[in-house]
Design a binder for this molecule. Structure first.
Ligand SMILES: Cc1cc2nc3c(=O)[nH]c(=O)nc-3n(C[C@H](O)[C@H](O)[C@H](O)COP(=O)(O)OP(=O)(O)OC[C@H]3O[C@@H](n4cnc5c(N)ncnc54)[C@H](O)[C@@H]3O)c2cc1C
Length: 195
């Protein structure tokens, strides 16, 4: 494995992170981690100036890995992956540490929050060094669905999926379909006939 050059970017998220986590201390901590070439902070890493900071460093400092410590990857992983790709780096050389939902929003004590943020950044930096460049590809799939079990849930799923235009294979191990519902007469709370 070539020696990676990691850039670490710690977000304040306005005051969402910085009100609890000592962001400057996390940045100083990150600067001393193995493989870290640069560590910086920004008020909003997801903003255009925040993303530009990453892109500039990739080009100017030759970064080969990028770590952003900010919010949930569900929120902004695609944003940062796109920024990294924009600067010519494979987007899978990017990793995110969630120091908002996993730290500042849930840890009461500021010192403990800062300590946890440091540990998350440290483990993310260690992990990103092992990440490989990946290329997305498309594979043909069979657009059909196999449903195992023809109880009420399986039957309803089969009808819904078939109505959406897909082939459905509904498999039942018993001689008849219906599952538990077929054994009932009327069902609570509407007293509808179950069959
Ligand atoms: C006594 C009783 C009274 C109830 N009263 C009510 C009520 O009044 N109102 C109400 O809303 N709900 C009631 N329920 C609950 C309701 O019956 C169930 O929630 C519902 O039937 C569950 O449907 P299901 O399709 O998820 O599972 P099931 O009905 O259990 O269906 C699962 C099906 O999968 C099949 N299967 C399992 N494994 C395999 C396999 N490996 N390969 C192939 N087939 C497999 C089984 O044979 C079965 O047909 C009652 C349940 C009971 C037991």
């Amino acid at each position: 494995m070539e020696d990676p050059k990691v850039g670490v970017y710690v977000c304040n998220c306005g005051v969402n992170i910085s009100a609890k986590v000592d962001v400057a201390a996390v940045v100083e901590f990150a600067k001393r981690l193995p493989h870290v070439t640069v560590a910086r902070e920004h008020k909003y890493m997801c903003s255009e100036p925040g993303q530009d900071m990453i892109k500039d460093d990739i080009r100017d400092l030759g970064l080969t890995r990028v770590v952003v410590a900010s919010c949930s990857p569900r929120m902004h992983e695609p944003t940062f992956q796109a920024a990294v790709a924009d600067a010519g780096l494979n987007p899978y050389y990017f990793a995110m540490a969630n120091i908002r939902e996993h730290v500042s929003w849930v840890v009461k004590d500021a010192a403990q929050a800062t300590d946890k943020a440091k540990r998350l950044v440290s483990s993310t930096v260690a992990r990103v060094a092992y990440q490989d460049a990946l290329e997305p590809r498309q594979e043909p799939v069979t657009p059909a669905v196999l449903i195992v079990g023809a109880g009420i849930a399986g039957i309803q799923s089969a009808l819904t999926i078939a109505d959406a235009g897909y082939q459905v294979y509904l498999v039942e191990r018993e001689p008849s379909i219906g599952g538990h519902m077929a054994q009932l007469d009327k069902t609570f709370p509407t007293l509808d006939c179950s069959t």
